[in-house]
Design a protein around this ligand. Structure first.
Ligand SMILES: NC(=O)c1ccc[n+]([C@@H]2O[C@H](COP(=O)([O-])OP(=O)(O)OC[C@H]3O[C@@H](n4cnc5c(N)ncnc54)[C@H](OP(=O)(O)O)[C@@H]3O)[C@@H](O)[C@H]2O)c1
Length: 313
């Protein structure tokens, strides 16, 4: 597998009519998603990120139905409950059935719950050839260090960390996690780089959803940032969404974008080939910090993590 991954298509918003409307305010027909995947194949954007609950389970089935043999599948085990023997194995087996595959390319432990127990089972599945690379998601630095150690004790490298990151949510950069990833050759994947559609052209109209209601309330705070993003977009003849994507790739961070349409895949493919200048990045960051917008970050999952799992070093 070619692991020089530049960009990833997120599948959280793929799915049924009601789900699409509730989450994104609009629904995209399966045939449009199929076309978006064909566009990805043409442009070499072939990595799909998912978890069993995405699209209420429909995203997985769509990937199995429309995906070609050469796509890269990034799937997760989501531990909404404490560890129970074979819980990961059972979940992965259902995934593989959905994907019509004997393995997943990258498998992430979605939350830092019972880290040792879950990773040990993931290690067994890796050794059986059912998983090719292992990552962790929504983990802080201490939890990443621990995971790396557990995997290395079994002779396996930690492939990546998948956490929330965008122009307006850069806490993992500020607290040193991203530097640690770079220093340790661990890939950093950023989820929600478009902040659920907040970091796109502010004039794009979207349907109503509870999520949109929340994110749209932040738009006022972002007025000055939008001005900077629009001017940066003009410099490179790209869109505001592409500036948000390229902001990540310029820094060596892999953007995961919720693409449902061929045009969005095309934009993502082009964006990761654009290099923003240091001056542009500095200006964007200064304006983003000034805006101080509140978004739904990794904290929304943290309440699932039982206190006794918190690690002190
Ligand atoms: N590991 C984790 O815990 C975790 C958590 C959350 C998400 N994720 C991953 O991150 C992925 C991305 O997150 P997301 O899908 O929630 O949100 P997102 O990528 O931040 O935003 C998706 C929104 O951006 C819009 N969009 C996409 N491309 C665009 C473009 N080129 N121009 C204008 N608008 C564009 C979409 O518009 P339309 O509505 O028109 O399609 C949609 O409203 C998920 O699918 C998932 O794979 C991981």
């Amino acid at each position: 597998m070619d692991m020089d991954i530049k960009a990833v298509i997120g599948t959280n918003s793929w799915g049924g009519k009601l789900y699409g409307k509730a989450l994104r305010g609009s629904y995209v027909d399966d045939s449009v998603i199929k076309e978006a995947m064909e566009e990805g194949n043409r442009l070499g954007i072939k990595v799909y990120d998912m978890a069993r609950d995405y699209g209420l389970g429909k995203a997985q089935k769509m990937l199995g139905e429309f995906g070609t043999d050469d796509i890269i599948i990034s799937a997760k085990y989501t531990p909404f409950k404490r560890y129970k023997k074979n819980c990961v194995r059972r979940s992965l087996e259902k995934d593989l059935e959905d994907f019509h595959r004997r393995y997943v390319d990258i498998y992430w432990l979605h939350l830092p719950i019972d880290i040792k127990e879950h990773l040990n089972e993931i290690i067994d599945l890796y050794k059986e050839g059912k998983i090719h690379y292992i990552g962790v998601s929504n983990f802080d630095l201490e939890e990443c260090r621990l995971s790396k150690q557990i995997l290395e004790n079994a002779g396996i490298p930690l492939y990546g960390v998948q956490n929330h990151y965008s122009i307006i949510s850069r806490e993992w950069e500020k607290n040193g996690l991203i530097d640690w990833c770079k220093a340790n050759n661990v890939s950093f994947w950023a989820w929600a780089v478009l902040e659920e559609g907040l970091l796109v052209d502010p004039n794009i109209k979207s349907g109503f959803s509870l999520m949109k209601m929340y994110t749209n309330r932040q738009k006022k705070k972002l007025r000055d940032l939008y001005r900077v993003l629009i001017s940066t977009a003009k410099n490179h003849d790209i869109s505001v969404a592409q500036v948000a994507e390229s902001f990540c790739s310029t820094k060596g961070i892999v953007p995961i974008c919720g693409c449902r349409k061929p045009r969005q895949v095309k934009e993502l493919a082009k964006a990761v080939d654009v290099k923003l200048t240091d001056a542009e990045i500095k200006r964007i960051e200064e304006e983003a910090d000034r805006a101080n917008a509140k978004v739904l970050g990794h904290d929304i999952f943290r309440f699932y993590v039982p206190k006794k799992d918190k690690i002190t070093v």
